[in-house]
Write a protein that binds this ligand. Structure first.
Ligand SMILES: Cc1cc2nc3c(=O)[nH]c(=O)nc-3n(C[C@H](O)[C@H](O)[C@H](O)COP(=O)(O)OP(=O)(O)OC[C@H]3O[C@@H](n4cnc5c(N)ncnc54)[C@H](O)[C@@H]3O)c2cc1C
Length: 410
């Protein structure tokens, strides 16, 4: 049985791997570069990740896949636990409840407001923004100081734009199931922060991508319409939602219209050599157009560089700027955070549509998409646009998709 997969990002490659293992004959079509958003750029002595930096080691599917294909994983060193937020000044993120209580990350009044959460009755909404959720449960200060940098770091978005149910389903569930966040965390005996350690590969994310691709049949060709794939028994579109919309438009306009509703944020990555202190995993910001600084050189071997992540939903204006203007703006921002640094620009990458922005209403769009796609035999959608943006989500969803195809048809 022949399967065509469009897109050789991790979603397409992992789907291909699982399906081939099950006995399907798999062809993967790729219009640009194998790896998609997971690509390690090599420049002299430096390795720069153009997209994915790493993944948390708390999702077994990723570790199992790496082990099955024989790529040893590499945990970040202890510096990965040192994280900062830049707001009016640099704050180190507390590493224990005691540090949080006695540290200066929040004024006393904001801490008090946060702890009132325990007594706030649940008011779950059908959907609401992350900001609306955390404002009502934990206070506006919490939203600004913690959720603004966190949403920038994960989604390159903002708490005002993202849907709590789509972007942070586990947090939303604590209110729905236990009546509140602290109540839920106490019952589950777990804190709110994601567990798991940052992990990658010795020579970057491309190590896993290249190993996966080696045993798959990749055809370097853009696919513009479904008709081009009519000789296959099954088709998986592992492309960003806006690309899937283009491929499906002529044959399935309703489905294409729903796919086109999924928004993407733009992100520029500026890579530097040089030093920056303090040595840490990185710094996320609350207001600047530079969303964060990732200090790869202090957490993984061979990286050597520092990267800044710029733009996102907070500043879509990068799309109207030249490369030189973005770099200058980034340098000015970094100067505000760490004055007198000696960073030298080494690398630049602009992703015009980098990360799906799971806006308020996202889950409804995904339900509509599934309703439409379920009406079509032998067509499947699989990418980070629908059910989780992380590298881990892509692998887990690919495994589940492959299993569902098996039960349906073989
Ligand atoms: C800057 C950045 C940093 C990130 N950092 C992290 C991180 O640290 N950790 C993490 O877990 N996640 C991170 N992510 C998210 C992560 O990149 C994605 O979840 C994941 O890599 C997406 O994989 P994908 O296969 O779904 O899509 P993509 O990687 O976008 O792959 C889609 C592929 O389809 C191809 N394609 C598109 N249209 C066509 C067509 N018509 N014909 C043929 N081929 C086509 C594209 O060229 C591409 O190769 C980051 C993303 C970005 C942009």
């Amino acid at each position: 049985m022949k399967v065509a997969i469009v897109g050789a990002g991790i979603s397409g490659l992992a789907s291909g791997y699982y399906l081939q293992k099950m006995g399907f004959e798999v062809d993967i079509y790729e219009k640009e570069r194998i790896g998609g958003k997971a690509y390690t750029h090599k420049q002299g002595e430096f390795l720069f990740e153009e997209g994915v930096n790493g993944f948390l080691d708390n999702v077994p599917e990723t570790l199992e896949l790496a082990s099955e294909i024989g790529v040893p994983t590499l945990r970040a060193n202890q510096n990965a636990k040192i994280r900062y937020i830049f707001d009016d000044k640099l704050y180190r993120l507390p590493s224990s409840p005691k540090d949080f209580l006695f540290g200066d990350i929040m004024p006393f009044s904001a801490k008090l407001r946060m702890f009132k959460e325990f007594f706030i009755p649940p008011q779950p909404q059908e959907d609401e923004s992350v900001a609306s959720f955390t404002n009502r449960r934990l206070g506006e200060f919490f939203t600004k100081r913690f959720m603004t940098p966190m949403t920038a770091g994960i989604y390159a978005s903002t708490p005002q734009s993202l849907s709590i149910n789509a972007a942070f389903p586990k947090i939303a569930k604590l209110e729905k199931e236990y009546g509140g966040l602290f109540r839920g965390m106490l019952k589950k005996k777990k804190g709110g922060a994601p567990s798991g350690e940052l992990t990658s590969f010795e020579f970057g994310m491309s190590e896993m991508i290249e190993k996966l691709a080696k045993n798959l049949n990749i055809i370097h060709k853009p696919i513009n319409s479904l008709e081009e794939l009519c000789s296959y028994d099954k088709i998986i579109l592992a492309t960003p939602a806006y690309e899937s919309a283009k491929i499906l438009k002529s044959k399935y306009p309703t489905l294409a219209a729903e796919l086109a509703k999924i928004d993407y944020t733009p992100v520029a990555i500026v890579g530097f050599s040089g030093d920056i202190k303090p040595e840490a995993f990185g710094i996320l910001t609350t207001q600047l157009n530079t969303l964060g600084i990732l200090m790869d050189k202090y957490i993984f071997p061979h990286r050597g560089g520092i990267r800044a992540m710029v733009g996102g939903e907070r500043f879509r204006g990068i799309l109207e700027m030249s490369k030189e203007e973005i770099i200058q703006m980034t340098l000015n921002d970094i100067e505000q955070i760490i004055p007198n640094h000696n960073l030298k620009v080494e690398f630049f990458k602009l992703w015009k549509q980098a990360i799906p922005n799971y806006k308020v209403g996202h889950l409804k769009i995904v339900r509509n998409i599934l309703d439409e796609v379920n009406k079509i035999d032998d067509l499947y959608l699989n990418s980070n646009a629908y059910r989780g943006v992380s590298f881990n989500d892509c692998i887990k969803n690919s495994k589940e998709l492959a299993a569902s195809i098996k039960y349906d048809n073989v």
